[in-house]
Design a protein around this ligand. Structure first.
Ligand SMILES: [Zn+2]
Length: 432
């Protein structure tokens, strides 16, 4: 679920409740401190400075306009709309919810500054008090040095994502790699920011790893200062905060195990490949990856009356979101070993519900069974007129059929019985 692709590198935190534009004198002083903070970041990360970082002060309106433009320029915008419908279908977004509007509202509330890789400019916001700006600058300037040393437009795999010749299996792997890399960028930014805040006390985050728990808590529970975030659907909250919190913990763990160089330049040279590695850094440190799940060739199966509407990876982060939304135990996430979904529409029937196929590989058959229990329990909440029908359920949205084969779990929703059977055996065959 790659909706974060439309964004650029942000610093995200609760903002002070009252806003007041900063004065020209304060702005000039802030800009003067850019070079000093860049030097701090370079010293902290070992990433050399290659050129003076461009800087700009932007208003809230200009920032939101820029975000909006970035979103609507993005070829992924249509994808975002289609994905909204899948998320609504799965109970992850309320009916009628606009992912674009939701994201903009969240960003308007939570963004403290951003580094624009297109223009290589650090943008500060003219309504944040100067005292709050300097740690934000440490975060943004980390992105500037990541960019100067590793060319973020290329490194974030955004260019790769635009390629037209990728098959579904390639895109699933790419989506996971993109999410993992974003967690590295934001995790590094946050860690440097915390170090910058600790510096006047003569300490670093290495002396004080418990500080990270406070930062994490602060991001999750901004309280009255972040009403939009607190009220946002789980999928947005978790997706938005993951790179900042889990990414920060991941970078810290690499630093504790392998040292500072490994946690900055080392991670940028040799990035993690999937969100499970971010959640379980020991996997990354031991060079271990999940086996993944080879997707079925749906095109060869479904006739010309079907349109492929949306598809993507179901990574460890997505599994965590599903578990949180569906009322399961989030600890099951560590059993993720691969997953994907694909959504289809019947071409000549605009009123037909979206049809979805999804498959997940777990570490053990028991984990797959546990997930199936969670899935079936939540069906009762999200589907009207649900009643048992053979192995699955009939509902107002048609037939829903989940199955477990050893460590594999799969479901089809809103396909006719014959098509569902075909899809199940194809997903099973592809997985083996
Ligand atoms: Zn950032």
């Amino acid at each position: 679920m790659p909706w974060l692709l439309v964004l650029f590198c942000l610093s995200l935190a609760a903002q002070p409740a009252s806003y007041q534009k900063i004065s020209p004198r304060q702005a000039a002083e802030l800009f003067r401190s850019v070079d000093e903070i860049t030097a701090f970041v370079s010293h902290e990360t070992g990433l050399p400075i290659h050129s003076k970082v461009k800087r700009a002060l932007v208003s809230r309106e200009a920032m939101l306009e820029n975000l909006r433009r970035n979103m609507s320029d993005d070829p992924d915008t249509q994808r975002l709309r289609h994905e909204s419908e899948t998320l609504i279908k799965l109970g992850l977004l309320p009916r009628g919810y606009s992912l674009e509007k939701g994201l903009l509202a969240l960003l308007g509330e939570g963004v403290n500054g951003y580094y624009d890789e297109k223009t290589q400019t650090m943008n500060l916001l003219d309504w944040l008090p100067p005292a709050a700006q300097k740690p934000v600058m440490a975060h943004e300037l980390t992105h500037a040095l990541q960019d100067q040393n590793f060319d973020l437009r290329h490194w974030t795999l955004g260019e790769e994502w635009k390629r037209k010749d990728l098959n579904f299996a390639d895109r699933i792997a790419l989506e996971e790699a993109i999410n993992a890399r974003q967690a590295v960028l934001e995790g590094q930014g946050n860690l440097v920011m915390v170090d910058y805040m600790l510096a006047p006390t003569g300490q670093s985050v290495q002396d004080n790893p418990q500080v990270l728990a406070l930062v994490r808590k602060r991001m999750y529970t901004g309280g009255a200062e972040t009403p939009v975030f607190q009220a946002a659907p789980v999928v947005l909250r978790e997706g938005m905060i993951f790179p900042y919190t889990s990414g920060m913990d991941f970078v810290m763990r690499v630093q504790q195990q392998r040292g500072v160089e490994a946690s900055y330049g080392g991670l940028l040279r040799n990035p993690p490949a999937e969100t499970l590695q971010i959640m379980a850094p020991q996997l990354y440190l031991h060079g271990q990856r999940a086996p993944g799940l080879r997707p079925a060739d749906f095109e060869g199966l479904l006739g010309p009356q079907w349109e492929r509407y949306d598809d993507g990876a179901v990574g460890a982060l997505d599994l965590r979101v599903l578990l949180l939304q569906w009322g399961g135990d989030a600890a099951l996430t560590s059993n993720w070993r691969g997953g994907y979904y694909a959504a289809f529409r019947r071409k000549n029937d605009a009123k037909a519900p979206l049809s979805v196929a999804m498959a997940l590989r777990f570490a053990t058959p028991e984990a797959a069974q546990s997930f199936d229990v969670v899935y079936r329990a939540y069906l009762k909440q999200r589907c009207e007129a649900l009643k048992p029908d053979g192995e699955g359920y009939a509902s107002a949205e048609g037939l829903l059929q989940s199955e477990v084969y050893g460590p594999l779990w799969m479901t089809t929703e809103s396909f006719d019985a014959a098509t569902a059977a075909l899809l199940h055996s194809a997903m099973l065959a592809a997985a083996r």
